[in-house]
Design a protein around this ligand. Structure first.
Ligand code: APR
Length: 245
């Protein structure tokens, strides 16, 4: 990472009035959170994500899918936020920002970020599949998803599965952030998964500057005005004042 690029980014961030931050799996890499595919190791190695992360798969094999999510919850529970998560929480105390994440690990919130827009849901949230509206749980059989005592509906993980729409409020807030920012900071995303990947382009179209932080080339490099090729946990703390520094 060149000093000139860092200084440029620092100046743009300092001058910005409204910042839209979009994060992806890369920001949690230094926390040791396994990505979707990385979590498919050991006993889970023989499965495809499409076999596990769809409503159809859940209806077909609820215990299997539920156990896979329990496994991922355990992996994420062992992870701590890293300096990149803390840096974004510090930025929100200095500037007006909207933090939009594709991650489901909750690490931004653990680092102190508030009002995080979770485009793909949260690993620790649950909701009812075909619930009756008054659902109440019966004590679950270990390994099985909990069921509603009244209607028998199953509980399901509160994440966005393949083929599902993004949560409406999160989508609205993310679109609004992209449409109203003057700086867009994209951290640790491959830029391959839509509709999230389209948001930096929206920001660019309305005249915002776009900065990409990634250890590798990404599909959003073409949209970027500046690419910082560095690990997020090293780069972000250098871009603005950290508390106590
Ligand atoms: N710092 C910055 N970037 C990093 C780091 C790091 N330490 N480590 C990895 N990266 C980058 C990679 O180079 C890659 O471009 O993070 C990106 C991660 O890309 P993906 O794994 O595709 O994650 P993401 O873009 O969040 O995927 C979007 O796809 O798997 C689904 O629903 C899942 O939310 C996820 C969505």
């Amino acid at each position: 990472m060149e000093n000139a690029a860092l200084s440029l980014a620092r100046g743009w961030i300092a001058d910005a009035r409204q910042i839209f931050v979009l994060t992806g799996a890369g920001i949690s890499a230094e926390s040791g959170v396994p990505t979707f595919r990385d979590a498919l190791t050991g006993l889970w190695a023989r499965f495809d994500p499409e076999e596990l992360a769809t409503e159809e798969a859940y209806r077909r094999q609820p215990a299997l899918v539920w156990q896979w999510y329990q496994h991922r919850r355990e992996l994420v529970s062992a992870a701590q936020p890293n300096p990149a998560h803390y840096a974004l929480a510090a930025l929100a105390r200095q500037k007006s920002i909207t933090l939009v994440t594709q991650n489901i690990d909750g690490l931004h919130q653990h680092a102190g970020s508030e009002h995080v827009v979770e485009l793909h849901g949260n690993l620790f949230a649950n909701k009812w599949l075909d619930g009756c509206g008054r659902c109440d749980t019966v004590p679950p059989i270990p390994g099985d998803p909990p069921h509603c005592a009244l209607c028998g509906a199953m509980m399901r993980p509160g994440v966005v599965w393949f083929g599902e729409d993004l949560p409406r409020v999160a989508r609205f807030r993310a679109d609004h952030a992209a449409e109203t920012c003057d700086l867009c900071l994209v951290v640790g995303t491959s830029g391959l998964v839509y509709p999230a990947a389209a948001l930096p382009g929206v920001a660019k179209e309305i005249g915002a500057r776009v900065i990409v932080v990634n250890t590798q080339p990404s599909a959003l490099d073409e949209t970027a005005d500046l690419v910082l090729s560095a690990p997020a946990g090293e780069c972000l703390p250098m871009l603005w004042q950290q508390e106590g520094a």
